[in-house]
Design a protein around this ligand. Structure first.
Ligand SMILES: NC(=O)c1ccc[n+]([C@@H]2O[C@H](COP(=O)([O-])OP(=O)(O)OC[C@H]3O[C@@H](n4cnc5c(N)ncnc54)[C@H](O)[C@@H]3O)[C@@H](O)[C@H]2O)c1
Length: 271
């Protein structure tokens, strides 16, 4: 899909990958509703982007995992710009260390990292099927194809996000609903950097497992790769090309892959 003159919504757009994707969408001619939890970070990003793009950008505070907030977000986008053409489900929460602690921590990871995508799709896909077009972007992670050393909540919720994106593409792709699934390794954002500077040794190790495995890309680099893939309507978006080889290695011999990951986890001191 060419984003020119299209209406986009980006969740988790107050900073990091989401803000960069919003900026790249605006640069390519889209109108964008920035969605994130209420706060100064969202206001500052809207002000910065509005200085260049004016009324083509609005900000709508809310919780991306709440059905009521998603309905309000889509209504605000519709009022300002018209019905949404492209929904970028990007908001995410970092993993809780090890087995993931409480039921509440598991529920939050599942709510934000995957059920937010499900609820958004339930709200946008029926209209897209009627119109015969629409575009859903899921920000998952390389952890959704491989695993996240140190965090079960992140690994499981991101695998579920990949599975949901695949299901959407398989079920509706031939009826005009296109899907891309973004699976980066390290990106230079608050999420990664808070892990890198955490007091918790497992959180630091989780971040190190990501940064040792490949380059840390800038959010702008990731946004450009993503929107090139959207232009070509490609499903799997791997800003770190080595993830493709890692996934092939996993598929070729699962036991060998697990043994290799065990050695990697042991070398980082988390097994
Ligand atoms: N940074 C990385 O290395 C990396 C790698 C792979 C995938 N990702 C994924 O990229 C996405 C963006 O993360 P980022 O790296 O830009 O980090 P980030 O912390 O800068 O951005 C995440 C954003 O999501 C928002 N958010 C969290 N919960 C929310 C909720 N309930 N409702 C609305 N907004 C909410 C946060 O406020 C924040 O602005 C996430 O889904 C993350 O899991 C990041």
């Amino acid at each position: 899909m060419d984003p020119r003159d299209r209406n986009a919504v980006v969740t988790g757009a107050a900073g990091g990958i989401g803000a960069a994707v919003a900026e790249e969408l605006l640069a390519r001619g889209a109108r964008v509703a920035l969605a994130d939890l209420p706060g100064e970070r969202l206001d500052a990003t809207r002000e910065r982007l509005a200085a260049t793009y004016g009324e083509r950008v609005i900000a709508v505070p809310g919780d991306a995992s709440s059905r009521a907030d998603l309905e309000a977000l889509l209504a605000a986008g519709r009022e300002a710009h018209g019905p949404v053409d492209l929904f970028v489900a990007n908001a995410g929460v970092p993993g809780t260390p090890e087995l993931g602690g409480s039921d509440e921590e598991w529920q939050r990871a599942l709510d934000v990292n995957v059920l937010a995508h499900v609820r958004a799709a339930q709200l946008v896909v029926p209209a897209w099927l009627e119109r015969g077009e629409g575009y859903f972007v899921s920000t998952a992670s390389a952890a959704g194809l491989l695993t996240q050393i140190g965090s079960a909540t992140y690994s499981v919720s991101k695998h579920a996000a990949v599975a949901f994106a695949e299901w959407l593409a398989v079920t509706y792709g031939t009826r005009g609903v296109k899907v891309s699934c973004l699976c980066p390794m390290g990106v230079d954002t608050d999420m990664l950097n808070l892990g890198r500077s955490s007091d918790d040794v497992v959180e630091r190790t989780m971040a190190q497992a990501v940064t040792d495995a490949g380059d840390v890309l800038s959010p702008a680099q990731v946004a450009e790769v993503l929107l090139d893939a959207v232009a070509q309507e490609r499903f799997l978006v791997l800003p770190h090309p080595q993830v493709h080889r890692m996934v092939q290695g996993k598929a070729a011999d699962h036991d060998r892959w697990i043994a290799g990951m065990q050695r990697y986890a042991a070398s980082l001191g988390v097994s």
